[in-house]
Design a protein around this ligand. Structure first.
Ligand SMILES: Cc1cc2nc3c(=O)[nH]c(=O)nc-3n(C[C@H](O)[C@H](O)[C@H](O)COP(=O)(O)OP(=O)(O)OC[C@H]3O[C@@H](n4cnc5c(N)ncnc54)[C@H](O)[C@@H]3O)c2cc1C
Length: 368
């Protein structure tokens, strides 16, 4: 997908965007749509898979509609998720969902990059970019002249040691993910998100548009070590949930600790998506936040470029957008770790009250 005409070092870019996940690709598109010159740099070869639950929540779907990309999910065949099956200690409740879709990260991220290119952004993949303290960007050993830098490099570029104001939560769990053929998962329906909750982690499974089962988990890293391998840990969570479903035993890919924070702006360095911080629950939120952030960043950056003043407007906008969303996610992730809260939630949902199911559906990223 590399753009052969990018001529990285030969231009003075209005914005260099690092990372072509949902945050970077959509930010590049939105900035380019405002007539700015944009270079989008991605280290992986595209299209690429990444660890993710592959459920895009209502907020993400609505953001795409708002920026004129409402047809994108249909074109790539994203599948509606019609219910969440929450499984805990042998009990299972169904939460009706509306508005959430399951989509593979290979297809979604490639479609967003294509949209960025159609808006005029230049794209190079298989290319590593580095940002230095003074805001200069080096791409494949070349210094690239840039008036602003958007760091959208995902979770690994947030909360770095020694970075001012950055923090990784002490009890943060890690992520695990794998994609597997449908065989062996038991007789789970294809149109649901199955969430298996254990004491030391939780595991979700959906079927994406390519007919594959996408598994993703948040788990205590000490538990994975004590089980001997990610596959054993995942199978232990399945056994504890007691639905008779078996997760794949091999092929799991891990992430660093999930919950972390980093200031969203330092002068003309702007952060968006996971690069600006992430809170653990794994369904329906991260990609939506990445897209919401990208759509909100573009007008702020455009104004800063027009006045040549990068005075902190993005830090304020970002805090306003995400403060309560992060707080809500912290509540959900603590609830999933608490037997008392899980017991209460399962009892409330099991009583068959639609209003309660609606609240839980919203908390996990879809209208119920
Ligand atoms: C286990 C797990 C399950 C999840 N489930 C869901 C879910 O169901 N729904 C949901 O909405 N969210 C989910 N998330 C969160 C979601 O995956 C992220 O929030 C989302 O991918 C963030 O998008 P992003 O664009 O910020 O970063 P990413 O998608 O991580 O993209 C960053 C990109 O930057 C590139 N990059 C990094 N450094 C460089 C560099 N130096 N130079 C060039 N390129 C670079 C990377 O290769 C990558 O392609 C889950 C996360 C985990 C860990």
């Amino acid at each position: 997908m590399m753009d052969p005409n990018a001529d990285m070092a030969g231009r003075h870019w209005d914005a260099v965007v690092i990372g072509a996940g949902p945050a970077g690709a959509l930010a590049a598109r939105e900035i380019a749509r405002r007539g700015r010159s944009v270079l989008l740099v991605e280290k992986a070869r595209f299209p690429r898979w990444k660890v993710c639950g592959a459920c895009l929540g209502v907020a993400g779907v609505e953001t795409l509609q708002r920026v004129g990309l409402g047809g994108l999910l249909g074109r790539i065949g994203a599948r509606p998720v019609v219910r969440t099956r929450l499984v805990w200690r042998g009990r299972s409740v169904l939460v009706p969902m509306r508005g959430m879709v399951a989509v593979s990260r290979g297809a979604l991220d490639a479609a967003l990059v294509l949209a960025a290119r159609e808006a005029g952004a230049h794209f190079v993949d298989q290319t590593h970019a580095r940002v230095f303290g003074d805001g200069s960007v080096v791409v494949d050993d070349q210094t690239v002249p840039a008036r602003s830098v958007v760091l959208a490099g995902g979770i690994r570029s947030a909360g770095r040691d020694g970075e001012a104001g950055a923090a990784v939560s002490k009890d943060a769990w890690i992520g695990l993910g794998v994609v597997a053929p449908l065989t062996g998962a038991g007789s789970l329906p294809d149109d649901e998100l199955t969430m298996l909750v254990g004491r030391r982690g939780y595991l979700g499974r959906v079927v994406t548009e390519d007919g594959m089962a996408n598994w993703a988990a948040a788990v205590d890293p000490a538990f994975v070590r004590s089980c001997g391998s990610p596959g054993e840990a995942m199978r232990a969570i399945c056994d504890e949930a007691g639905l008779g479903v078996t997760a794949p035993g091999t092929g799991w890919v891990g992430t660093p600790a999930l919950t972390r924070s980093t200031p969203a702006q330092r002068g003309r360095l702007y952060r968006v998506g996971d690069a600006a911080g992430y809170v653990e629950p794994i369904t329906g939120e991260g990609m939506s936040w990445a897209m919401l952030g990208a759509a909100a960043l573009a007008p702020v950056l455009d104004r800063a470029l027009a006045s040549d003043r990068h005075a902190g407007a993005w830090a304020r906008t970002h805090a306003g957008l995400f403060r309560w969303r992060r707080a809500r996610c912290r509540v959900v992730s603590r609830g999933l770790r608490s037997p008392l809260a899980m017991h209460a939630a399962m009892a409330a949902l099991g009583a068959g009250r639609p209003a309660r199911a609606a609240v839980v559906g919203r908390l996990i990223g879809g209208h119920a």
